[in-house]
Design a protein around this ligand. Structure first.
Ligand SMILES: [Zn+2]
Length: 331
């Protein structure tokens, strides 16, 4: 656990996460005369470390006035219920309207929805079962929690003494937000923009499976354009180093995604119609080792979201054959 003052009235607390990727999670504490706000909380598993960090800053959970959540993944909102329970004064929990069901339930979609989605991708049954167990284990890192205030694009908030604008940046999840401190040019991007890896535009699964899903990769790109329009001076992500040259990161993401889609098209041109799973294994031939199941799920989900982009451009066709989506390059 580390603590660093990054700006007057803004402290970054870094907490560990299990596994290697995406690396330790940053939580931002905004301290002001009339308002103390936490941006994200880390996992339930490391809530004791968060308490310790706040203690070193002379604060307890009861001193927090509000918690703003960038999105509903366990490494961002896992400890929120613990804090609410231990704050007798009442702490206001805020999140984007579209993310509230995930935060309240502690997961975005129930296991049978993941299982059905993976079945449609052609993933073999043993892997579907194993991925289901893995995703279930992630739920131990979070507890569902009620959200008090629904946020929307353009809402103004007080983060400590800093006025901040809510910027809806869907793509990584359906209700991901960034917070923009306009005067200082600071953007707190959650998982929308990371310095060291390209973020995943994950499938936006709901309570019930209804294909086609929202086009997460396309929404992700649109959200990048929104950030480009803000021209932030410094971006503080939830993992990894701060970003001072957004244009370079933006270009790098575009290059990576274009390469990925060109490789996908080349694979599909060489093969007969096949499943998303089979295509993902060709696109990511080297996945394996201890994080195999997580990497496999991310490979399948990334392949699906890129195929949605190609299908929207009429460069590929995705058609349901039996229970499995078959993918073909358009001729
Ligand atoms: Zn995330």
């Amino acid at each position: 656990m580390t603590i660093a003052q990054i700006h007057p009235g803004i402290v970054r607390i870094t907490l560990p996460l299990p596994g290697k990727k995406p690396g330790p999670v940053h939580i931002y504490l905004f301290r002001g005369k009339h308002n103390t706000t936490l941006l994200d909380t880390g996992t339930y598993l490391f809530s004791h470390a968060l308490k310790l960090a706040l203690g070193r800053l002379g604060l307890g959970y009861q001193d927090l006035d509000s918690i703003v959540l960038t999105h509903g993944h366990v490494d961002h909102c896992g400890a929120v219920r613990t804090i609410v329970r231990q704050n007798a004064r009442g702490v206001r929990v805020c999140a984007h309207r579209d993310e509230i069901p995930t935060i309240q339930a502690g997961f975005d979609a129930p296991p049978h929805v993941y299982a059905r989605f993976l079945a449609h991708t052609g993933t073999p049954l043993p892997y579907r079962l194993a991925i289901g167990v893995m995703l279930g284990s992630f739920q131990m890192l979070a507890q569902g929690c009620a959200v008090d205030a629904a946020l929307h694009e353009g809402d103004q908030l007080a983060l400590g003494d800093h006025p901040a604008r809510v910027v809806a940046t869907p793509g990584h999840t359906r209700g991901s937000i960034s917070l923009f401190l306009e005067k200082e040019g600071l953007l707190f991007s959650g998982d929308h923009i990371l310095n060291h890896i390209t973020p995943n535009a994950l499938p936006m699964l709901e309570r019930e499976l209804a294909l086609p899903l929202r086009q997460s990769q396309i929404e992700y790109f649109n959200s990048l354009e929104v950030v480009a329009g803000l021209a932030p001076r410094i971006i503080y992500p939830a993992h990894g180093d701060r970003i001072t040259d957004f244009d370079a990161i933006h270009r790098m993401y575009q290059r990576c995604f274009t390469d990925r889609q060109n490789t996908l098209l080349a694979i599909l041109c060489q093969h007969p119609p096949e499943s998303i799973y089979a295509t993902a294994r060709k696109l990511f031939p080297r996945i394996g080792g201890r994080s195999f199941l997580l990497d496999l799920y991310l490979a399948i989900s990334e392949t699906y979201s890129h195929l949605q982009v190609l299908a929207a451009d009429d460069r590929v066709r995705m058609e349901m054959t039996g229970r499995v989506l078959q993918v073909t390059a358009s001729r």
